[in-house]
Design a protein around this ligand. Structure first.
Ligand SMILES: C[S@@+](CC[C@H](N)C(=O)[O-])C[C@H]1O[C@@H](n2cnc3c(N)ncnc32)[C@H](O)[C@@H]1O
Length: 341
């Protein structure tokens, strides 16, 4: 640059009202992972923007007991919190295969894991639906693995980013696709549904008590944004204390439908025993009754058929300390199964 050229001004710090940024896009210190800011936000019981706090991590490591040299699969990589602990535990000579369907977050997490400095051969990251696990393993020349973890649902990075349309708390396009490159957004799904089909989705995916009334009002209509949908729901809900629970159930039901989450989980549960070596361990973290019912039933059936040698008898839940530190862990339930010899 010549001396006569004016010195470019540094970019102006964005202004926001109040002491701390409230909008996702203003949380730039969190989004660029400033360590001091991350520590401060986490200590206040919140999940820093653009990150995810792994749930029941010590319990999962104890159950799965990943050992040096073993092959582990993280079916739902997310931010990589569980994955990095698995990676460390299987050193030396182990291998972690990590899957996720989210094409936006996956490369960022892969880069973070690679920066941990483990040998490149120990980590394989693939964008894949976990329903395709047998195909992924076959493609890698593997017949079975020692450890499988699934932490279902959405990550905090996905929920907190208004552009993804998962949250009723922020305005954004009504999208909700875990893989933004495939399928139709929630707005298109809603516009295409009959009241009968929408009522079934609301009932089956979220036990919505007013499924028929809500479906009659919403099905076949166009709601381009999360705000447009919450306004319509608010108009249908007379008691103020019912408003947020209704938003929560309707958003959950639509997300499950958009991503065909139960189909993927049922397929995974069918294939799971064949993907484990004898003595291999699997753990699944669920976040609502529709998921937990499926896991409980599949594990009990596998035990009865002697495909599994043991399964969790009781569900494992985050203790009050974890729930306080990470309120998003509140609804988590963990179950495990061990492949018979
Ligand atoms: C709760 S987060 C996982 C968080 C992760 N355990 C961590 O420590 O950061 C769930 C992740 O699963 C992914 N996911 C959901 N359904 C999936 C599926 N059928 N196949 C692959 N990934 C899926 C989501 O995109 C999301 O990134």
């Amino acid at each position: 640059m010549s001396e006569s050229e004016p010195t470019p001004r540094p970019p102006r710090r964005k202004r926001y009202s109040g002491k701390n940024p409230r909008k996702f896009e203003d949380k730039y210190k969190e989004l660029r992972q400033d360590p001091e800011t991350l520590a401060k936000v986490t200590a206040s019981g919140k999940t820093p923007a653009g990150t995810h706090i792994p749930i029941l991590l010590p319990e999962i490591l104890e159950i799965l007991s990943p050992a040096p040299g073993e092959i582990a699969v993280d079916l739902t990589l997310g931010y990589g919190g569980h994955a990095s602990a698995l990676l460390e535990a299987i050193q030396p000579d182990g291998r972690l295969i990590a899957l996720d369907i989210d094409s936006l977050e996956l490369p960022r997490t892969e880069a973070r894991l690679q920066a941990l400095g483990f040998p490149a051969s120990t980590l394989t990251v693939q964008r894949s639906n976990f329903a395709g696990l047998p195909k992924v393993l076959a493609g890698l020349g593997l017949e079975g693995v020692n450890v499988i973890l699934a932490d279902l649902g959405v990550s905090s990075m996905q929920i907190d980013n208004p552009a993804r349309g998962f949250s009723f708390k922020t305005e954004g396009p009504l999208d909700m696709r875990l893989n933004p490159d495939r399928g139709q957004p929630a707005s298109a799904l809603l516009a295409s549904l009959t009241p009968q089909k929408l009522a079934a989705i609301l009932h089956e995916n979220a036990d919505e008590p007013r499924a028929f009334e809500i479906a009659d009002a919403l099905a076949g209509k166009t709601f381009p944004t999360t705000r447009a949908l919450t306004e319509a729901l608010r108009a249908l809900t007379s008691r103020p204390e019912d408003v947020e629970p209704t938003f929560r159930r309707v958003f959950q039901a639509l997300r499950i439908a958009v991503n065909e989450e139960f189909t993927a989980l049922d397929t995974l549960l069918r294939h799971l025993p064949d993907c484990l070596v004898p003595g291999g361990r699997a753990a699944i973290l669920t976040f609502h009754s529709g998921e937990d019912r499926r896991v409980k039933k599949a594990f009990a059936a596998g035990l009865a058929a002697e495909i599994y040698s043991s399964v969790s008898q009781e569900v494992i839940r985050p203790d009050p300390v974890e729930q306080h530190a990470n309120p998003r862990s509140g609804s988590a339930k963990l179950r495990w199964a061990v492949r018979a010899f």
